[in-house]
Write a protein that binds this ligand. Structure first.
Ligand code: IPD
Length: 274
């Protein structure tokens, strides 16, 4: 696929994300209609569904041969398969819990994969007024500012993002809690912003040394992966291996050294694949 084509897809993706952002921003200040998915902590709202429908409709009309992986479509029993075909990977609202509670860290995440590689990423956070973007080989940006990861080499000099996630199963929760303890013992502090995509953008912009989570899905991390890499960072499996986008876990860091230090002190957790 030619660079011009990818630029054109990116431009369309960005326009659609901005349109979707208007809806998210309007609904953010209203009373929400909420449903539960896997458990009481895994939420979906009417807005998540409407925004996913809008994004899919716009993109599929323009690119009828492209494939789609959308959070709410998959949750409703849809197919979740990443093939070599151009595939739009969509989280209509990443940070749904934040959206429900009126916390502004909520975004639309759109990644475009070609040959199973992410070639364009858009994380549009309409309430924060921040749009993070990347096209493979062309750097990463927040609005018009170019992003670079932190230059620290030692975990002990950085702030790390680690999320609780939505699972309430002891086999998942217990090792997560001990990972939090190990990380606190080895860095300046931990944070959790409630949106995997925004967490990754915070690593890309250099304010946070790393982000670790077990339990995420491909739509939470597809766009963020490219944004971190284009800002000079690394995105891998928490054990240090190459990232498998469907494996439900991620470690994004400012460099290999910091990623390696986190891998060494944390326990990896296996989850059912996407
Ligand atoms: C969630 C957010 C959250 C993470 C969860 C995700 P959603 O995505 O990214 O930060 O901890 O694991 O499920 O449900 O708001 O799209």
């Amino acid at each position: 696929m030619m660079g011009d084509e990818i630029q054109e897809y990116f431009k369309t993706g960005l326009e659609v994300a901005k349109e979707a952002g208007e809806r998210v921003k309007t609904d953010f200040y209203k009373i929400k209609k909420i449903e539960m998915k896997e458990n009481y902590a895994d939420l979906v709202t009417e807005t998540d569904k409407a925004v996913e429908d809008l994004i899919m409709l716009r993109l599929s009309k323009k690119y009828p041969s492209h494939k789609f992986i959308g959070e709410e479509t998959v949750s409703a029993g849809g197919h979740c398969e990443l093939t070599v075909d151009p595939t739009w990977i969509i989280d209509p609202i990443d940070g749904t819990t934040n959206f429900v509670h009126g916390i502004p860290h909520t975004c639309i995440s759109i990644g475009l994969a070609v040959n199973k590689q992410i070639v364009a990423g858009i994380v549009h956070a309409p309430v924060l007024g921040e749009t993070y973007t990347a096209i493979k080989g062309h750097g990463a940006f927040c609005n018009d500012d170019k992003l670079s990861v932190s230059a620290i080499q030692e975990l002990k000099r950085g702030v790390v993002i680690i999320e609780g996630g939505t699972s309430r199963v002891p086999e998942v929760l217990d090792p997560k809690i001990s990972n939090v303890k190990s990380i606190i013992e080895n860095c300046h502090g931990v944070r959790a912003y409630g949106s995997a995509a925004i967490n990754m953008c915070f690593v890309a912009r250099g304010t946070h040394a790393a982000y670790l989570e077990h339990g995420i899905h491909v739509w939470d991390i597809a766009a963020g992966k490219l944004i971190v890499e284009e800002a000079g960072g690394v995105v891998c499996d928490p054990c240090g291996d190459t990232l498998d986008l469907m494996n439900r876990r991620v470690l994004a860091a400012c460099n290999k050294e910091v990623a390696g230090q986190i891998s060494k002190i944390t326990t990896n957790i296996s989850l059912e694949r996407d």
